[in-house]
Design a protein around this ligand. Structure first.
Ligand SMILES: C[S@@+](CC[C@H](N)C(=O)[O-])C[C@H]1O[C@@H](n2cnc3c(N)ncnc32)[C@H](O)[C@@H]1O
Length: 276
């Protein structure tokens, strides 16, 4: 019989950023690390101080701080902060001192500081499930920019063909737990609603040792998906002018096979705003 402590991860999560799911965030997102060189380049050009909206486990925030930039991370998930703090413990004191973590909602926050670069990286804007939420985040970002500061947003361009082919079909992913060597089984289904432009993600994650299941968690969450022209319009409505844009996080040309869209924007001056 398992003790209460051993059972503590057997539960339904509200988001994939808590509990058992958050534990694997970095592993499941390791392929996203290809974006880091781009963010280090952008920081060199525009950065310090930097504000990252939805800073999560510190996947980008910690390397940016290590590279010498002062970074404030805003997030709403306690377990992601816990992961980030744990990773920060392994950093030197100077790096740790460059990091400030703020708990809050990216749609409604006010930090008493201005930033030369504000980031919403890695599909964070997909958590804006309404266009009002999206505008709220963009306006909050703009209001935290210093006069020459830039807002950088990146997100995956919806691959409609692939979404149609995979919608509602269960997928399974297995890996070994990096510390314990146990078997982790992640079973998930992603379904797309093309009228609402919403994605429903249903997942169950289990940890097995030989034939014994040690723990499990389940989650069902919803995110929006946006097409580039919608984000472009939202940026203009929120008072930005786009100074640079590209598909593919390595700054390649706009080609059909690219998967990510990146916008670098500045606050438009009052008189030149697309929408006042
Ligand atoms: C896709 S993860 C990206 C994490 C990190 N930026 C990265 O690149 O690895 C999105 C993050 O946004 C956070 N988040 C979602 N909704 C939020 C909100 N309304 N306010 C603040 N953070 C939010 C989540 O907790 C999560 O850590």
């Amino acid at each position: 019989m398992r003790s209460e402590a051993e059972n503590k991860h057997d539960y339904t999560c509200e988001t994939q950023y808590e509990g058992f799911f958050s534990e694997f965030y970095d592993l499941l997102h390791s392929s996203y690390d290809a974006d880091l060189p781009t963010y280090l380049d952008l920081a060199k050009e525009y950065g310090d101080p930097i504000l990252e909206l939805g800073s999560g486990s510190g996947r980008l925030l910690i390397p940016l701080a290590r590279a010498g930039y002062r970074v404030t991370g805003l997030d709403c998930a306690d377990d992601m902060f816990a992961l980030c703090r744990k990773k920060l413990e392994a950093e030197d004191e100077a790096t740790r001192e460059r990091v400030t973590l703020v708990s809050g909602d990216m749609m409604d926050f006010n930090i008493d500081a201005k930033f030369n670069m504000v980031l919403a990286a890695c599909n964070t804007i997909f958590h804006c499930t309404t266009t009002d939420d999206l505008l709220a985040v963009l306006i909050r970002a703009r209001e935290h920019l210093s006069p020459n500061g830039v807002f950088v947003v990146d997100f995956a361009v919806p691959n409609v063909l692939r979404m149609l082919q995979t919608s509602g079909i269960q997928a399974r992913f297995e890996m070994l737990h990096p510390d314990r060597g146990t078997r982790i089984i992640d079973t998930y289904t992603v379904s797309f609603n093309f009228v609402e432009q919403m994605e429903t993600y249903e997942a169950r994650i289990e940890e097995w040792d030989d034939g014994t299941m040690l723990r499990w968690s389940e989650v069902t969450t919803e995110r929006a998906f946006y097409f580039p022209r919608e984000v472009e319009l939202a940026l203009k409505c929120a008072g930005f002018e786009i100074v640079k844009t590209w598909k593919g996080l390595r700054g390649g040309p706009l080609v059909e096979t690219s998967q990510d869209m990146v916008y670098v924007c500045r606050a438009a001056s009052e008189g030149t705003r697309a929408v006042s």
